[in-house]
Design a protein around this ligand. Sequence first.
Ligand code: HEM
Length: 408
Amino acid sequence: MSQTVATPHGLSTERDAGPFDPPSQITRLREARPVSPMVFPDGHEGWIVTGYDAVRQLLADTRFSSRQDIGILHMPYETPNMPTATEPSPQVPGLFVAMDPPDHTRLRRKLTGAFTVKRMKQLEEHIIDIAERQLDEVARLAPPVDLVKEFALPVPSLVICELLGVPYADRETFQVNSAKFLVKDQSFDEKIAAYTALTTYLAELVTRKRATPGEDILSDLARHDDLTIEELTGIAFLLLLAGHETTANVLALGTFALLEHPEQLAELRATPDLMPGAVEELMRYLSIADIFYRYATEDIELCGETIPEGSTVVISLLAANRDPKRFDNPDTLDIHRKARGHLSFGHGIHQCLGQQLARIEMRAGFEGLLRRFPTLQLAIPADEVKLKSDMNIYGVHELPVTWTETAR
Ligand code: HEM
């Protein structure tokens, strides 16, 4: 392979072009060859797809198996000592994000009713309430405060805990352990330890729910006799992790991005009707869940290139969402843009199950925050904000903010 991209530390994730922009290596690659061979740090060859059309087409093609993908865990290739995969990974019971049909279909189908647009609409008032109550708590604090700890993480955690019937009081167990295995260079053993701690906790929880079900999504699932405890645990794990880490990062990084674009922030504050469009644009612009994996089950032609059977394929949603062939001035945040069509929730059969929930949380979160804190600003220089370049989901580790007045 003559034109392969050497990636000495896995994919270069250093944000050398700015905190919100794709690594320049990835942008150059998209311009040069949107479907390109690459070499993984362990020396084996694979492919990387960065162009919008190619990514969308790939995600819609089930010949690209998800069994290479441990979903948002991304254990292969970025974890030291992770063995090279040469065939589809064994399935983890319940973790349907990393399954193909018909297993994927069987499990996802059991949850679609719980996450319909209609069901989520019914929850909207309640989610607004949760966000407002959390903002009451923030308003009681003396600034500066860390917005991640006090707002961005609690809101989605409270919501998903309530939906799933996971006691919020147990958040130390799941927040600490989920964060551990989203760290890229955490050792394989440490990741397994965090995974075991979390699944042991969840296995006990779903076993209790099977015996005495309550009024929540996990109890509803536990009523299905054809799901094993291992499957229930895997589903609980997936929903809990996907349900709080992702949205929390958009809330925090999105606030940072808006504070760095004060005219758009002011406009959004003055015209809350712009919020749904602004949320879509923040989703596109930030693409906090960037890297996903697939596995070619046969030779597949993709936008003029042939990906050979057996290849591991890396997908960059961030690169795709910044493709100038799809979005004009893609590296500009523009809350007036029609950003729908972005790929931040994925595409095809694995498209995000929680997207309506996430949208409602983000609209409620940003709307409440901007209204209640009209003088919100960063409490440290922007270049000192600690970015999550070391994590598999992008965001900020902390967002110290301050204000001089609050409103209702
Ligand atoms: C799948 C992103 C919020 C649950 C996905 C995928 C993406 C994504 C890109 C596709 C994965 C793939 O193709 O391999 C996001 C982002 C979120 C978010 C950016 C927040 C802004 C949520 C929430 C939930 C959730 C709140 C809550 C339940 C899931 C599940 C899947 C999924 C269960 C797997 C679907 C399947 O494999 O059929 N998400 N997500 N997500 N997401 Fe989300």
